[in-house]
Design a protein around this ligand. Structure first.
Ligand SMILES: Nc1ncnc2c1ncn2[C@@H]1O[C@H](COP(=O)(O)OP(=O)(O)OP(=O)(O)O)[C@@H](O)[C@H]1O
Ligand SMILES: [Mg+2]
Length: 455
């Protein structure tokens, strides 16, 4: 028999407890336990087995037919790329990002393109009225006949509309606004989000309709709601960028149908999000070469080489604990580079504040930028610019002060040459594999050697 049971659920991690607590025992967050009621069906193992009808049987993997993923083109190359080649039929994709970053804009543009190519698309918004979305549609020129807009938050009504409309693609904006009558807690709470996602997944998988779901993020940038949500869906995308700058970066956090290392770059304009197919050109747009503390480095984002400017500012301080501030660079990586510079080159940073910034809002992951960051720091502390004009730097730094070879060095140098760079500093072991005329490629094997050649 079903009975109503009350329990306290942590809104941060989904931990359940019969008692209220000020601090969640699981994730240690404060004031996150909220009372929720749910009906409990008692289940006793084996009691109903004779009544259960089974339609499917386990099959040997050898007997299961191989299929290729059936993908839909979103009409936006950068979006297709991060999805691994388009939207897979029946898949569930979550897109998260800060308020006002452009989630609704991107999805309305994609919905418009898809509806023109494939047929009916249903855009369900729980945040904006039909008129508001129409206004955005006018601005973006997303006015396809097959694009249907619905302002609704009740999951059951949404399900009914989906069955009646028979769309080939559905967008839900956003999962935190949906509610399920059977659950008493407020929209946006963990159980509402979980149940709504379950319902959507059921509809999507049974009808083979792909869904895009917008999800809010918390102040810290994590997905609001339980981690469960990320596990349930097939793909998780994150839309990032500084709201004050026009550039937006779409990143894959999880993808069951493709790599997670690709990024998509967009520019926010009045007419909507424009694709940026050559990000290096954009990131270097306002770069003035040969400035103190500034070095252009090459990194790989997925399969694409991207060139970005790294800036460093080193200033003397009397503070006992000097500042180490890194934007776009991992702070522990910065500390490692500083330690190697101090120890191996005897350059004192212990009495200096150090600031490092990657221009354009990109986050550098990996070690490809080490050498460039080190040169930017040395350039700033010495107050002198590099001798080499139009210089591009690639290389990893080891703890003994050696410059280590990196993968994809040749592709980065090729990109640099296309962008008009004339001088390249690369690890010496990478140099032999690069065949380029008309440019000066300097191979280096230690930090000491680089400093002598560059300053
Ligand atoms: N007329 C305009 N010209 C240029 N940019 C605009 C214009 N109107 C809106 N924008 C841009 O679009 C952004 C809002 O986009 P959108 O509504 O798609 O964001 P969102 O991620 O869906 O936000 P929310 O989380 O609030 O739903 C604004 O922050 C602004 O950058
Ligand atoms: Mg929105």
């Amino acid at each position: 028999m079903g009975k109503i049971k009350s329990c306290f659920v942590c809104q941060e991690c989904g931990y359940e407890s019969p008692k209220w607590a000020g601090k969640c025992p699981n994730c240690n967050s404060w004031n996150s336990m909220v009372e929720e009621f749910k009906s409990q069906q008692s289940y006793s193992a084996g009691s109903n087995l004779s009544k259960i009808k089974v339609n499917n049987m386990p099959q040997s993997i050898m007997n299961i037919k191989s299929i290729a993923y059936d993908r839909m083109n979103t009409g936006i190359n950068e979006l297709n790329r991060v999805l691994g080649g388009g939207i897979v039929k029946g898949s569930l994709t979550l897109i998260s990002g800060d308020p006002g970053i452009g989630k609704s804009t991107l999805l309305l543009q994609a919905a418009n393109n898809i509806s023109k190519q494939y047929g009916k698309v249903l855009y369900i918004s729980g945040e904006e009225s039909e008129e508001q979305i129409k206004l955005r549609g006018d601005r973006l020129e997303a006015l396809s006949k097959e694009l249907f807009i619905l302002s609704e938050t009740n999951v059951e009504i949404i399900e009914k509309h989906i069955i009646d409309t028979e769309p080939i693609f559905v967008i839900i904006d956003s999962i935190q606004t949906l509610y399920n009558d059977t659950i008493t807690s407020a929209p946006g709470s963990v159980s509402q989000v979980r149940e709504s996602s379950n319902a959507i997944m059921r509809i999507g998988k049974s009808k083979d309709i792909p869904f895009f779901i917008v999800a809010h993020v918390t102040k810290q940038g994590a997905l609001a709601g339980p981690k469960v949500l990320e596990h349930m869906v097939d793909t998780v995308l994150s839309f990032e960028g500084e709201r004050t700058e026009e550039f937006r970066i779409l990143r894959t956090i999880k993808n069951r149908f493709g790599t997670t290392s690709e990024i998509g770059v967009f520019e926010m304009r009045e007419t909507g999000l424009q694709e940026v197919s050559n990000p290096s050109a954009v990131f270097l747009e306002d770069t003035e070469f040969n400035r103190e503390g500034s070095i252009v480095i090459g990194i790989m984002e997925g399969t694409r080489p991207i060139l970005v400017e790294v800036q460093a500012l080193v200033s003397e301080t009397k503070a006992v604990m000097p500042r180490r501030t890194a934007v776009g660079v991992d702070t522990s990586r910065l500390n490692l580079i500083l330690a190697v510079l101090e120890k191996k080159l005897k350059i004192p940073f212990y009495n200096c504040d150090v600031y490092v910034n990657v221009v354009g809002g990109l986050n550098i992951e990996g070690t490809l930028g080490d050498l460039g960051i080190a040169l930017a720091l040395v350039s700033s502390i010495k107050s002198c610019e590099t001798k080499l004009e139009k210089l591009l730097v690639v290389g990893e730094i080891g703890l003994t002060g050696e410059v280590r070879p990196v993968t994809f060095c040749d592709r980065i140098v090729n990109e640099g040459s296309k962008m008009g760079f004339k001088n390249f500093i690369v690890p010496s072991r990478n140099k032999d594999k690069i065949n380029l005329n008309n440019v000066n490629i300097v191979g280096v094997s230690s930090l000491k050697e680089v400093i002598n050649k560059v300053f």
